[in-house]
Design a protein around this ligand. Structure first.
Ligand code: DGL
Length: 274
């Protein structure tokens, strides 16, 4: 009989954290996952730290009560603004996305200069800047608020998205940051436009996806080394996925697969009290 790994709770403001879940499932297929998308209250990226912390702590409690034995805060904004409060409120280990992304960028950047893109709230918190500074890396943080709605619209290869990304990145890789050689995707939605960002970013730049980096950190915490991840699909145990959403279940089923990469069935509506 095979034993399954403990249930991993994944939390995000909405659909975007499914990009993190996708990477987790790829590295740790033999786990149960419960995903909480606070779709009724997104976006978090334009909200205050107090509000985000209140919502995030509520979601963390919900996931813990529903069986999570480890919590992954997939939302960059919630990690940047509220990781300490979530850790203090939870009784299980909690991983965020900022430290893994910063660690990966510090390895990737030879020039010790990095550009981080994220929501307004993530940038204003300077969470990435502090995490990179602690590793001796200079960071330029750039808020790219228009990219989230464009990705949710499904415009991942659209000329408008390309034009918007070009304006943001031209501004970020300027005024002393021309030599920055890593670009951190500090928002759950950006992995969907990775090919577009590759085209638009200066050619010498390495893209660091904090979803991938976080999945690697979580697999390490669980004692899984990459060589132990089964290659063939037959040897993998199928992950068990269950989803909770605070807004329309139908909308979650419709939009979620764009982020997760496969169909979503088991979605339950949750009404969290304030
Ligand atoms: N999940 C958020 C993040 O990674 C983006 C969407 C939002 O603003 O809620 O920062």
């Amino acid at each position: 009989m095979t034993t399954r790994r403990p249930c991993i709770g994944v939390f995000d403001s909405g659909f975007g954290g499914l990009t993190v879940l996708k990477e987790l499932v790829a590295l740790i297929p033999d786990a149960d996952y419960i995903y909480f998308g606070d779709t009724a209250r997104l976006p978090y990226g334009s909200k205050s730290a107090e509000t985000v912390a209140k919502y995030a702590v509520g979601a963390a409690h919900y996931l813990e009560e529903h069986g999570a034995r480890m919590l992954v805060v997939a939302c960059n904004t919630a990690t940047a603004l509220a990781l300490d409060q979530i850790r203090a409120a939870a009784h299980i280990p909690v991983e965020g996305v900022v430290e893994p992304g910063a660690q990966r960028a510090s390895v990737a950047s030879k020039n010790r200069k990095v550009v981080v893109i994220g929501t307004e709230a993530t940038v204003t918190s300077h969470a990435y800047l502090k995490a990179l500074d602690a590793r001796g890396v200079q960071a330029r943080e750039k808020a790219c608020p228009l990219l989230v709605p464009l990705v949710e619209e499904g415009w991942v290869e659209h000329p408008v998205t390309e034009q918007v990304a070009r304006i943001y990145l031209n501004e970020a890789f300027a005024n002393g940051f021309e030599s920055a050689d890593a670009l951190v995707l500090g928002c759950t939605h950006y992995p969907l436009i990775k090919p577009l960002l590759h085209r638009v970013a200066p050619p010498h730049v390495t893209i660091v996806d904090s979803a991938e980096s976080t999945a690697m950190v979580v697999s390490k915490v669980l004692g899984i080394s990459p060589i132990n991840v089964p290659e063939s699909d037959e040897r993998r145990q199928a992950p068990r996925l269950k989803f909770f959403a605070t807004d329309s279940v139908e909308k979650f089923r419709r939009l979620g697969p764009r982020f997760l990469g496969h169909p979503i069935e088991d979605v339950v509506h949750v009404d969290l009290k304030e």
